[in-house]
Design a binder for this molecule. Structure first.
Ligand code: ADP
Ligand code: MG
Length: 470
């Protein structure tokens, strides 16, 4: 229904149909060639609805579900807009802001893919890497700057960049960028851009209090909502699993072995949980890695790269990986903890079920997760079904890795906890009633010391198989 309404309000009445092609959207020939070489035959809903008004220089709030092609809905028209005009030293002509360095890098890759037939210069300004090349690129003049706010502010304060020539601004994952952690930086950056600029915000979620804030940054925006904000993608089959805290690890291992998992991201709420869980999975013979904000940037990128290449098939992650990342073939998302911010649920599970692929998402709900899952269900407007016997997939092909012969002793990481420049993991607004950061109960004996061969489950049956109320 909503979609129909938006179609009807599209700016070229009558010409928009479900069978619209990219060529109908007013994009240039050079661009259409790059799009077809990317393998796209038809624009997605958000692309169909956003591209024409973006080309008409309108301000936009674009809401569409995870994995539905929001990136191309601003990158494609930007390429054509930027195709005319001249670069000037220190004065980027357009700016895209993203909350994490990995996402900024991914947007830059998209630009390279679609912009290959155009003479456009990009610069990627992200923290945690040397500034030298970034400064050099700025000196030579760039058409499109893609940045995380921290590094951009840093270079601005050093006088390495001027923002008054920037006529176009995109804020990807806009609600995250306008929440408490980032808002001072965003306000500052926007105050340096020309007031007459074109501004576009994109996200799959847009909490009403944050949408109110957008007024400050936008001028008479067109609101494009191809699906209600915070709804989850229908290609994702989601379940919740009631568990005891101490059963979470074994439940996860059971599912990794029995749910035909190809590639999975496992989200946990705390960095310590991410680290410990990854070690535990590795001890059990899984090919896992980790990503979180306490790692240095080269390791973050390396881990993500290993995951993309398939060297590891399980990535244990903090919410630094929840937003925007597009990794092909992620068959599963596990919420080892229910996220405290309900919007994060939508983004976390949205790492699977992308571009029409199917995905499965499991959320573990222990006592301490009860309030969080209630908030998720309130936000998404639907109960997450409880995983039961009928939902179990039996993995007939035993392709799960064998555990190592001997268990590794528990390692106590001696990592230096030096304060790092943390531009892209800005602290979030605390949830209304933040659950106390209870430590997981420590047991004297590490449950992970005795590895179990994949597929030979001798331990207690996972709690969810005994749930009768399903
Ligand atoms: P979102 O930002 O909405 O979460 P992305 O922009 O990351 O989604 O796109 C998700 C995936 O869909 C990417 O792998 C992208 O290459 C692919 N994609 C985008 N547009 C199309 C299209 N028109 N046809 C097919 N695949 C597309
Ligand atoms: Mg995106």
């Amino acid at each position: 229904m909503l979609r129909m309404r938006n179609f009807a309000s599209a700016h070229v009445p009558g010409t928009i149909s479900n069978h619209m092609t990219f060529a109908d959207l007013g994009l240039s020939e050079d661009l259409l060639r790059a799009v077809s070489e990317a393998g796209y035959t038809e624009p997605t809903d958000i692309q169909r609805e956003a591209i024409p008004p973006v080309l008409m220089m309108k301000d936009i709030i674009g809401i569409a579900q995870t994995g539905t092609g929001k990136t191309a809905s601003f990158v494609l028209p930007m390429i054509d807009i930027m195709a005319s005009g001249r670069r000037r030293a220190l004065m980027p002509r357009s700016l895209i802001l993203a909350p994490t360095r990995e996402l900024a890098a991914q947007v830059a890759e998209n630009f390279e893919k679609y912009g290959k037939n155009h003479d456009l210069k990009l610069a990627l300004l992200i923290g945690g890497v040397q500034m030298g090349d970034q400064v050099k690129a700025l000196n030579e003049g760039v058409d499109v700057l893609i940045a995380t706010p921290g590094r951009l502010m840093d270079l601005f304060e050093r006088g390495k960049i001027l923002l008054n020539g920037c006529e176009l601004l995109v804020i990807d994952e806009a609600d995250r960028m306008l929440d408490m952690g980032f808002i001072p930086d965003i306000e500052f950056i926007c105050s340096k851009l020309p007031e007459t600029r074109q501004t576009m915000l994109f996200s799959a979620t847009m909490p009403p209090p944050i949408e109110k804030l957008t007024k400050k940054f936008l001028n008479n925006p067109k609101r494009i909502e191809v699906s209600r904000a915070a709804t989850t993608n229908k290609d994702i089959t989601a379940f919740k699993i009631p568990v005891k805290s101490r059963q979470k690890r074994e439940t996860l291992r059971w599912l990794l072995n029995h749910d035909q998992v190809e590639t999975a991201i496992v989200f946990a709420n705390r960095k310590t949980t991410v680290r410990e869980l990854n070690k535990s999975l590795q001890r059990h013979g899984f090919r896992s890695g980790e990503i979180h904000g306490d790692m240095d940037q080269s390791n973050r990128l390396k881990e993500l790269d290993r995951f993309k290449k398939g060297e590891i098939n399980i990535l244990v992650a903090s919410d630094v990986a929840a937003r925007g990342l597009d990794v092909k073939g992620v068959s599963h998302v596990f919420n080892f903890d229910t996220p405290w911010h309900p919007d994060d649920y939508v983004h976390r599970i949205g790492r699977t079920g992308r571009a029409g692929a199917k995905g499965r998402a499991f959320t573990f709900v222990a006592e301490e997760d009860a309030e969080a899952i209630a908030n998720v269900e309130k936000l998404t407007g639907a109960k997450v079904p409880v995983f039961g016997k009928k939902d179990v997939r039996v993995d007939l092909v035993e392709n799960t890795p064998k555990p190592e012969e001997t268990a590794q002793p528990e390692e106590h990481p001696q990592r230096s906890r030096k304060k790092r420049e943390d531009d892209d993991v800005a602290p979030r607004t605390k949830p209304e009633r933040a659950p106390k950061a209870k430590r997981e109960p420590r047991r004297s004996r590490n449950e992970d010391e005795a590895p179990v061969a994949a597929g030979e489950w001798n331990g207690p049956r996972p709690g969810f198989l005994d749930i009768s109320a399903t």
